[in-house]
Design a protein around this ligand. Structure first.
Ligand code: 5GP
Ligand code: ZN
Length: 107
């Protein structure tokens, strides 16, 4: 999709990515909320989790989260979060999985 920030990052400069494969990309959050804060996104535009109707892509994205977490050095110790829709805190309208790690989390 044109003019989508995360479409541009995911399909842009590979040096800015923490990890990628054919369908997904991972990059550091610009305002990290933990020592490790990586975003995993599909390379093709999906607005939010509610719109993810492709089971194959859904599986690929979960595997991408695991692999990106390992690449970011937090295997075995990370939290995954998705904000679905503006009322839930979604600001960027391109599906993204937050991987947070490098510190302890309560509740
Ligand atoms: P949301 O609130 O939509 O779930 O999360 C959006 C995330 O994208 C936020 O954590 C925010 O810091 C991050 N973000 C916003 N703009 C940029 C950007 O231009 N580059 C990167 N790497 N992250 C961004
Ligand atoms: Zn997009």
């Amino acid at each position: 999709m044109e003019n989508c920030l995360f479409c541009s990052i995911a399909n842009g400069d590979p040096d800015k990515l923490v990890w990628q494969n054919d369908t997904a990309a991972a990059f550091n959050d610009i305002h990290p909320k933990a020592p490790v804060h990586v975003l995993v996104v599909p390379k093709r535009h999906v607005e939010k989790l509610d719109d993810l109707d492709d089971a194959e892509l859904a599986g690929q994205l979960l595997m991408a989260v695991r692999q990106a977490a390992e690449a970011a050095g937090v295997k075995g110790a990370y939290r995954v979060m998705v904000n679905n829709g503006a009322p839930a805190g979604q600001v960027v309208e391109h599906l993204h999985f937050h991987i947070l790690g490098g510190r302890r989390f309560e509740a």
